[in-house]
Design a protein around this ligand. Structure first.
Ligand SMILES: Nc1ncnc2c1ncn2[C@@H]1O[C@H](COP(=O)(O)OP(=O)(O)OP(=O)(O)O)[C@@H](O)[C@H]1O
Length: 293
């Protein structure tokens, strides 16, 4: 599959500080690509260069094999975290207003359908819930039928149900062979939506690949979790563990053997859980801290 964006040795410095330090990756057309990293890692700076908003200090961004040109804005859609929406307009009127900024737009009825806006089309935008507002912002981002849609933390602040509804919309957009580029603080979101991810920290890429590939490469078993109250007793065993979200976590390839060791050392297995490693675990392993720290 052809790469719609190629990022080559991209750097951005602010007064000598290297916010983005020589990163390279490719984004295939029609895939959902996630850019992840802790606070201050350089995600926004990278995304803004990819959106054509910020000029790189050095390096190259190729769109369909050629450097970004003036009309790039007509071919991409951006859902900013805080897009200003004009007060006193309905959802439909807002769509009509933004349509004027582009040479070519999708039919309004299609945008309304893709973004599930039919029930609120005549509602004043000031009365929208968080989830409805995000759906409208997504509609504004796809209005011009872009080849690439940039979504910057699109579900931050939404309740779990609204987040899942929003994921469905993103899947609808992906199904139309659009390329989606996502930053998110939610690892379950990245795991559910992204075909490929790049994890950056301190301006450099520390891992890249599909969520499955990365999990397979970094974990070789399952995770046994115990309540934090068992910490003192667990520390007396030979088992390695770490503390995550107030739980003691032991990575193991042999659950039975691990439980035997726990019992032999008088570690209570009351409240023991077993789960598969996820992107959150990978993130902590690679960066040393949870995403929202
Ligand atoms: N205009 C600027 N001038 C100076 N430093 C900047 C500027 N923009 C970003 N930085 C610095 O560059 C680094 C990367 O910032 P960036 O906003 O890209 O990180 P981020 O990964 O998006 O973080 P967050 O998750 O907190 O939004 C930070 O240390 C930040 O303070």
């Amino acid at each position: 599959m052809a790469d719609i964006l190629q990022i080559k040795n991209l750097c951005k410095s602010f007064s000598g500080f290297h916010a983005v330090n020589n990163i390279s990756f490719n984004i295939p057309q029609g895939k959902c690509f996630g850019l992840l990293g802790p606070n201050g890692a350089g995600k926004t700076t990278t995304i803004e260069m990819m959106e054509g908003i910020l000029k790189p200090s050095s390096g190259q961004i190729l769109f369909n094999g050629a450097p970004i040109e003036k009309n790039y804005y007509q071919k991409i859609g951006i859902q900013f975290q805080h897009t200003a929406i004009q007060d006193y307009l309905t959802v439909k009127e807002t769509l009509a207003l933004f349509t004027k900024f582009y040479d070519h737009c999708l039919p309004e009825s299609e945008v309304i359908k893709i973004c599930a806006l039919a029930d609120i089309a005549d509602q004043d935008t000031r009365q929208l819930s968080g989830g409805q507002r995000q759906r409208l912002l997504l509609a504004l981002a796809i209005l011009n039928d872009p080849q690439i849609i940039f979504l910057d933390e699109p579900t931050t602040g939404l309740d779990p149900q609204s987040r899942r509804n929003f994921w469905q919309l993103i899947n609808n957009i992906k199904a139309q062979n659009k390329t989606v580029i996502l930053t998110t603080h939610y690892m379950d979101e990245a795991e559910s939506l992204c075909d490929d991810i790049v994890i950056i920290d301190r301006g450099k890429i520390i891992e890249q690949g599909s969520p499955n590939q990365l999990l397979k490469a970094h974990f070789h078993g399952t995770i046994v979790c115990l309540p934090i109250e068992q910490q003192a007793q667990l520390a007396k065993t030979e088992l390695n563990f770490q503390i995550t979200n107030h739980l003691l976590e032991i990575e193991t390839q042999d659950i039975e053997q691990t439980i035997k060791i726990l019992l032999a050392n008088q570690v209570s297995i009351d409240g023991l859980q077993v789960r598969h490693p996820n992107l959150e675990d990978l993130f902590i392993k690679l960066t040393g801290h949870a995403l929202r720290n």
